[in-house]
Design a protein around this ligand. Structure first.
Ligand code: SF4
Length: 420
């Protein structure tokens, strides 16, 4: 192996892969049963994040940064003047095994630009995973990025070797996709997603009857959307995410703030800020939809198409729906408890458990871990003193921000002064 050459390829192809954030490895239960190498079960893969919050825990590379397409938002687009290279299949296998043995990584995240055709590229990605599993007995985590437009047969095969598959939708709206990635069609994403969804269901059903049925993409499928490249609202993004969760059995949707990589009139100019705060608010909303029982139109709708930046989406919802409050901590059902700002699902569970034995007061709630600086405006409990109830939404928001030590508070200091 020519180490200098491999090192150079690694520099180029790891750098090009950093724009993909969909590499969380949770949820896989592949165990080492054949005395092979690695084990992605149990504690899962350890993650680490770069300064800008991107996950780099796996060996995260492209097979090649050659591409026949010209998506305006992508550093790998064919019209971009960058140095191009490609790994051979065996080189990726060797790198993975060597890095794994040195304890540098727990697994592989492999994506690629498209050379020649989607199937030609996908075939090579599958070949890497197959060699790792069958020739190297590798049981570590493998996340394969599926190439938009790849055939059903290759998608099927990919799921036999990979823990997770993802097809990145990239641009949340069909009109945005047409504008920025004219080579791609919406079906190029949805067709492989549908194939994976159907195989996941089929394998799950077969396992119920025949326990020895092998696993198919045990960590499921995910997708990623770029945020802020086109003029879509948070409502557009969250409706699109909900559609993919519901119709394609998505395990995760990732939101990635657009990093300006091109001087193109259709895109934010180079040097524009990456919308990290917006990305964060979208993740919080995603969490509320998946675990807190909120419907998407409660959080974003025609009269509220964009998430607030100064407060989190649950607090924003509560302030727009004060008629539901105050909630009695000692009587409310789980669904309503979960809607109180300052209460996470863990606290909700503890409250439901603790109130079987006693009526809860402020001290109990504090011990449970409720963020009372926010919750106190929205609840009553078994205490004589409670917060004044005649505050309007603006005033509550002001008081919460005033007492908040959050990193965004300074940005709103001028607004806060109104409440002093
Ligand atoms: S097909 Fe993928 S790699 Fe190629 S330009 Fe488009 S986003 Fe980039």
């Amino acid at each position: 192996m020519n180490f200098e050459r491999i090192k150079e390829k690694l520099n180029i192809l790891a750098d090009a892969a950093k724009y993909d954030v969909s590499c969380s490895s949770s949820g896989s239960k592949r165990t080492n049963t054949n005395k092979g190498l690695g084990d992605s079960s149990g504690m899962g893969i350890c993650h680490s994040y770069t300064e800008d919050g991107r996950c780099v825990s796996l060996l995260k590379i492209l097979l090649t940064n050659h591409c026949i397409f010209d998506c305006a938002y992508c550093v790998t687009r064919k019209s971009n003047d960058v140095k191009r290279t490609a790994f051979k299949i065996q080189e990726v296998v060797d790198l993975t095994i060597n890095f794994y043995r040195r304890n540098y990584i727990e697994g592989l995240f492999l994506s690629s630009g498209i050379f020649k055709s989607p199937d030609y590229t996908m075939e090579r990605l599958v070949a890497v995973a197959k060699k790792l599993r069958e020739e190297e007995n590798f049981n570590g985590y493998i996340h394969l990025k599926s190439i938009p437009g790849a055939s059903d047969e290759l998608m099927y095969e990919a799921g036999l070797y990979a823990d997770r598959l993802s097809v990145n939708i990239e641009i949340p709206t069909i009109s945005g996709l047409k504008l920025l990635a004219p080579d791609k069609k919406h079906e190029d994403f949805t067709k492989p997603m549908l194939k994976v969804k159907n195989e996941l269901i089929r394998y799950k059903n077969e396992r119920k009857i025949i326990k020895s049925t092998p696993k198919y993409a045990p960590a499921g499928q995910s997708t990623q959307m770029i945020v802020g490249a086109t003029g879509e609202t948070d409502k557009d993004i969250m409706y699109s995410a909900t559609h993919f969760y519901k119709n394609y059995n998505m395990k995760r949707v990732y939101y990635s703030g657009y990093v300006p990589v091109a001087n193109d009139k259709r895109l934010p100019s180079i040097g524009s800020q990456v919308p990290m705060l917006r990305e964060n608010r979208l993740y919080q909303t995603d969490w509320l939809l998946r675990f807190y029982g909120f419907a998407v139109n409660e959080i974003v709708n025609d009269s509220h198409p964009n998430l607030d930046t100064d407060i989190d989406p649950k607090l924003s919802w509560a302030l727009r729906n004060l008629h539901y409050f105050p909630v009695d901590i000692n009587k409310a059902d789980k669904r309503m408890l979960a809607r109180i700002p300052g209460l996470g699902m863990q606290s909700v569970g503890k409250i439901l458990n603790a109130r079987k034995f006693r009526k809860l007061n402020w001290d109990h709630l504090k011990k449970i871990g409720v963020a009372l600086n926010r919750a106190k405006y929205f609840i009553v409990c078994d205490s004589r003193h409670w917060e004044q109830r005649d505050l309007d939404a603006e005033r509550i928001k002001g008081m919460i921000l005033q007492n908040s030590s959050g990193k965004f508070r300074n940005q709103y200091s001028s607004q806060l002064s109104l409440f002093n």
